[in-house]
Design a binder for this molecule. Structure first.
Ligand code: NAP
Ligand code: HSE
Length: 431
């Protein structure tokens, strides 16, 4: 093989992201060649429907036989943008087994079985890159995996799902209902193939698992993440948050606890308007990293959509291709610290608790006593008119308390005759 021979690339998937990646591989070929030192040759694209017309891409490149494509034996790079667990997992392992480096945006797969992919890549001496798997266009994997690898990361926190941020933002700013905005997010290409992954928080939870794994040099999996989506967030909750000077955001929070365990969760959270995360609009994402030496870093940018995400994929493609040209390989998995996961009930946060009560003497004192008996300290209480003259709505802001103690308080509040059944709680961001 001469030094100018093309590096052969196969693409698995040509949807929202894959079609943009194919377009860039073809239209930016000369620049990519100059940056890599050898040309890239796109040799095939696997899709479900190979007969479907795809604008600007040679129909001869398409195949419905992904297995044959990854096993052809001469591939340098395989880019997986199909999504889902299988057949993506088997195809990536086959590609690695055949000696190709792999680039993927598949957070669902990485968060459920990334260890197997890392081990296979290590054994084969090839690269596994996945910048586009978290926060779309924002460089966040490489900063954690490489730039901050000499530091001690203490917390990674932020908005990592574009679809839900788009929905919550529209609910706040336009008062639009959940279902209409979700349809808009799907049409714009932000949502996953099954949007349940977005609105129920699975997508953000997978990303939180990847961020926590890299930040804390441990293997954190999707099942380790305490997860709650946004389907329970109503326009009433949005109004209550606004009354408290907050907006609701779906926040991923990965924090080292005092005893060194990992607290990792995804929850709808009230964010004070003065907090930088409160102003993150539309499908944008933003991630804070707090580390021992660098201090606080913030990364912000488009978190979803074909074109922004293709930038992150192409960055990985160039990096893996450069490694290939030099006969080198990038970093493998770093999971040496093997920290435990802090149980969800022990994770501490501030909370906003909303409840409807009988508007009569002594009720507020009973409610306050209930919080106190579980060791939950109150920061502020707000009272408004309730459903009738004899009812009042209470909004209680707590100080930082363990989740389990707040849940126990709510269970007891619901037993009080003066309190209605519909007691709700939401975390409040305080850093
Ligand atoms: P998409 O629009 O649904 O595209 C999926 C592509 O994969 C389609 O071309 C589809 O073929 C092909 N495909 C699916 N299953 C297949 C199978 N079994 N065999 C062969 N081909 C198959 O998905 P996407 O939004 O581009 O997302 C792709 C990946 O990127 C996912 O892992 C997603 O989580 C990740 N991601 C997406 C975004 C975003 O904003 N959309 C951002 C970051 C990361 P057909 O075209 O024939 O149906
Ligand atoms: N569905 C994802 C989102 C795509 O809305 O953030 C980017 O990972």
């Amino acid at each position: 093989m001469t030094t100018s021979a093309p590096l052969k690339v196969a693409l698995l998937g040509c949807g929202v992201v894959g079609s943009q990646v194919a377009r860039l591989l073809l239209t930016q070929a000369a620049d990519l060649q100059a940056r890599i030192g050898r040309p890239l040759e796109l040799v095939g694209i696997a899709v479900r429907d190979a007969a479907k017309p795809r604008e600007g891409i040679d129909p001869a490149l398409f195949t419905a036989d992904a297995e044959a494509l990854v096993r052809r034996g001469d591939l340098d790079l395989v880019i997986e943008l199909m999504g889902g667990i299988e057949p993506a997992r088997g195809l990536l392992l086959a590609a690695i087994g055949a000696g190709a480096s792999v680039v993927t945006a598949n957070k669902a797969l990485l968060a459920s079985d990334g260890g197997t992919l890392y081990a296979a890549a290590e054994a084969a001496g090839v690269d596994l890159y996945y910048e586009a798997a978290v926060a779309g266009a924002i460089p966040i994997i490489r900063p954690l995996r490489e730039s901050l690898v000499g530091d001690e990361v203490l917390a990674v926190k932020g908005i990592v799902n574009g679809t839900t941020n788009f929905i919550l933002d529209k609910m706040h700013t336009a008062g639009e209902g959940f279902a209409d905005v979700l349809a808009e997010a799907q049409a714009l290409g932000y949502a996953e193939a099954d949007p349940t992954a977005d609105v129920e928080g699975f997508d953000a939870a997978a990303k939180a698992a990847l961020l926590a794994s890299l930040a804390f040099h441990s293997r954190v999996k999707l099942d380790d993440v305490d997860r709650e989506g946004i389907t329970g967030v109503s326009l009433d909750d949005i109004a209550a948050a606004e009354q408290m000077g907050c907006v609701i955001k779906l926040l991923a929070d990965c924090t080292l606890s005092e005893d060194g365990r990992i607290a990792v969760g995804v929850h709808p959270t009230m964010v004070p308007l003065s907090h930088p995360l409160a102003s993150i609009p539309g499908a944008y994402n933003a991630v804070f990293i707090e580390s021992r030496n660098a201090g606080r870093l913030m990364f912000m940018g488009p978190g979803a959509g074909g074109q922004p995400t293709s930038s992150a994929v192409l960055g990985d493609v160039v990096t893996a291709a450069r490694n290939r040209v030099r006969g080198a390989s990038g970093p493998g998995e770093s999971a040496y610290s093997a920290r435990g996961i802090l149980p969800a009930d022990e994770v501490r946060s501030r909370y906003y608790v909303a409840l409807e009560v009988s508007d009569e003497p002594g009720v507020l004192a009973k409610v306050a006593t209930c919080f106190a008996s579980h060791g939950v300290s109150l920061q502020a209480v707000r009272q408004d008119g309730g459903a009738g003259e004899s009812r009042a709505r209470l909004g209680v802001m707590t100080h930082v308390a363990p989740h389990g103690d707040v849940c126990a308080t709510i269970a007891e509040l619901q037993q009080l005759a003066e309190v209605g059944a519909g007691v709700s709680m939401m975390r409040v961001e305080d850093r």
